[in-house]
Design a protein around this ligand. Structure first.
Ligand code: TMP
Length: 259
């Protein structure tokens, strides 16, 4: 069997050259990192769940007219996506105070924000992904003002849609991170939603108990991260999956926990 060419290995995913020009295969790992990889670990089955959750959300978003890089899921851990030029900006959308916002501004975690906040972080591990303003993005040419306009527009639409999607399954969408890419057609480029949307890059709290059902369980050593990811997939209606899956016996697991 011929080996595929690996293009890039990130903290949670590996990118391979796709079968056709302009395509990429995203392979989802179980590896988990936090605090710019100062903390490293593994969340068993995470890659399988993130692949599925991201497929689900990207498909729904494309149904409401958000252009995305997603083409199709290939197997339990891989999906085919369009090759894009990643815009080096992490777009964070916040509805409720948590994480770095709470820490930086001293706002109690869980405080509902009076309006949604969009923040931008420059993707650079060596600099620890510093927060930047629109002015920095324009000044250093990381994205054009037109692209940033499209990005902010899409971020708000994605937030509205996902807030409703999760509210319907009793989950509060506290905050999340998006990444965008540009795709070239002749001399023109357009912006697509790229990367992934999964509990790795979202804060998802149970609406009744406020239990954290996302990567904060790993970041904060709360335990139960495998179950939290499974719970998200289950509430989204994405489990159980077929018997060959690497996701373990979820039904009996839930019964043991009295869920
Ligand atoms: P923060 O509160 O640590 O700034 O994180 C805001 C949101 O962005 C949270 O849902 C987690 C997500 N996030 C990532 O996906 N990758 C990152 O590197 C960081 C720092 C946050």
């Amino acid at each position: 069997m011929s080996r595929r060419r690996q293009i890039y290995e990130g903290k949670a995913k590996i990118l391979y050259e796709g079968p056709e020009p302009g395509t990429i295969i995203q392979y989802f790992k179980d590896d988990a990192t936090a605090f710019n990889a100062q903390k490293k670990g593994m969340i068993s089955g995470k890659g399988v769940i993130n692949n599925r959750v991201s497929e689900h959300i990207f498909t729904l978003l494309s149904g409401i007219g958000i252009p995305t890089h997603f083409i199709r899921r290939l197997n339990m851990r891989e999906q085919l996506v369009k090759q894009v030029e990643i815009i080096p900006i992490e777009v964070v959308i916040r509805n409720v105070a948590a994480g770095s916002l709470s820490k930086r501004l001293g706002i109690e975690e869980g405080t509902q924000l009076p309006r949604t906040i969009i923040e931008y972080y420059y993707k650079d591990d060596a600099l620890n992904d510093p927060m930047v303003a629109d002015e920095h993005i324009a000044c250093f040419g990381w994205a054009t003002q037109e692209e940033m306009h499209d990005i902010a527009d899409m971020a708000i639409r994605v937030n509205d849609f996902m807030s409703g999607l999760f509210a319907a399954i009793n989950i509060r969408l506290v905050d999340f991170k998006l990444e965008f890419g540009r795709i070239w057609e002749n001399d023109y480029s357009r912006v697509l939603l790229a990367d992934e949307i999964s509990p790795d890059g979202c804060r998802l709290w149970d609406m009744v108990t406020n239990e954290k059902l996302d990567k904060d369980r790993f970041r904060q050593d709360l335990g139960g991260e495998v179950e939290a990811y499974q719970e998200i997939a289950r509430r989204l209606g994405l489990l159980p999956v077929d018997p060959d899956t690497e996701v373990l016996d979820l039904e009996s697991h839930r019964k043991n926990r009295g869920l």
